[in-house]
Design a protein around this ligand. Structure first.
Ligand SMILES: Nc1ncnc2c1ncn2[C@@H]1O[C@H](COP(=O)(O)OP(=O)(O)OP(=O)(O)O)[C@@H](O)[C@H]1O
Ligand SMILES: [Mg+2]
Length: 333
């Protein structure tokens, strides 16, 4: 049986035990009170008939019979009411137990999907390494030059596995309750400059013009996570842009918030993908196949976790082949 179904039945059983205990205790009290009243009535009646000119003993027996019948009737009614309560509350408990457990089931399903996706991503480079080694071993005349090529390719695949492991560790760090992440006053302008610097080499490789307009702003947060967040957005903006395009990074104050916009003139995101880009392991078809851009689909899910940890909001607007703008709004100190 699925763990969800067995937990649901167990929870229903517990609800029922509690309800049955309450209902039976109440019934016992009601029975006690009613029969006490009946017995008092019996005694009063017996007292009254004592002085009457009728055969005392027979009437007494009749009265006793009546008393027994009345007690049985009360007991039977209470049993029916208890049965009814148990059936109705059993059904209600089953429905409520299902409702209470549903979020846990959804989280479990999501976790399962995540493990499956992560395993798949790990398997791809491992299979590539294995196949290359097997092919090379079968070649009796393998030259040193070919062996070096093989090692180089293997190294690239190993790097991918290392990147994925790092990503997964980062994700687990941010998706917890964030207790280990120390927050303090940070200069957001410095954070963004650091993130820009981290991506300079990539921008140069792609001949991307990286422009930034940054206001002096302080926020309350964790510097390292914030650099990571901004870097993820700048990295994507460059990665998903053809050569010789512009990427602009703007930081400004708006009311009681700091607003960061990372804008590119790249391939853009299809409407159908927009709602999913923050999901773990989600990559749009165009980045997967057509343009063959490498990635795991984890960057934006990490970015979202970091923003949420800082009580902020992240949004995206995009037009295919025109470009995308990712915006982050974070509360000021
Ligand atoms: N600036 C952008 N322009 C166009 N598409 C983007 C942009 N940023 C994200 N996307 C789309 O959103 C998807 C998810 O982005 P995300 O950063 O999470 O993963 P990734 O870049 O594919 O891989 P990685 O895990 O290495 O970051 C991308 O695959 C891409 O399809
Ligand atoms: Mg990315």
């Amino acid at each position: 049986m699925h763990i969800f179904d067995s937990a649901r039945i167990k929870l229903t059983a517990w609800y029922l035990v509690i309800i049955a205990l309450i209902s039976i205790s109440f019934s016992a009290i009601i029975y006690q009170v009613v029969t006490n009243e009946l017995e008092r009535g019996f005694m009063v009646a017996e007292y009254r008939i004592r002085g009457m000119p009728i055969p005392h003993q027979r009437v007494r027996l009749l009265l006793e019979d009546e008393l027994m019948d009345a007690k049985n009737l009360v007991a039977a009614r209470l049993a029916v009411i208890n049965g009814f309560i148990l059936i109705v509350s059993g059904l209600a408990s089953y429905v409520l137990a299902g409702k209470s457990l549903r979020p846990i089931k959804l989280a479990m399903d999501e976790q399962k999907r995540f493990v499956a996706d992560a395993s798949h991503e790990l398997k791809t480079p491992l299979t590539a390494i294995k196949t290359e080694i097997e092919v090379a071993l079968r070649d009796k005349n393998l030259k040193l030059r070919q062996a070096r090529e093989l090692l180089k390719s293997n190294l690239q695949e190993t790097d991918k596995i290392k990147d994925l492991a790092n990503y997964l560790l980062t994700l687990s760090k941010y998706e917890g309750n964030g207790k280990d992440i120390v927050r303090q006053k940070v200069n957001f302008k410095e954070v963004v400059s650091e993130a820009v610097e981290k991506n300079l080499a990539l921008a140069r490789n792609n001949s991307t013009k990286l422009l930034s307009r940054l206001e002096e702003i302080n926020i309350y947060g964790n510097k390292q996570s914030l650099v990571e967040l901004v870097s993820i957005l700048i990295n994507n903006a460059i990665k998903y842009s053809p050569k010789n395009r512009k990427v602009s990074v703007d930081l400004s104050k708006r009311g009681r918030s700091a607003v960061l916009e990372v804008k590119d003139e790249g391939i853009g995101i299809d409407k159908k993908d927009l709602a999913h880009v923050f999901d773990r392991f989600y990559r749009s078809d165009s980045s997967r196949s057509k343009d063959n851009i490498e990635g795991f689909g984890l960057g934006l899910s990490i970015a979202k976790s970091i923003v949420e940890l800082h009580e902020g909001k992240i949004t995206v607007s995009s037009k295919p082949n025109k470009g995308s703008t990712f915006s982050i709004v974070l509360p000021l100190v």
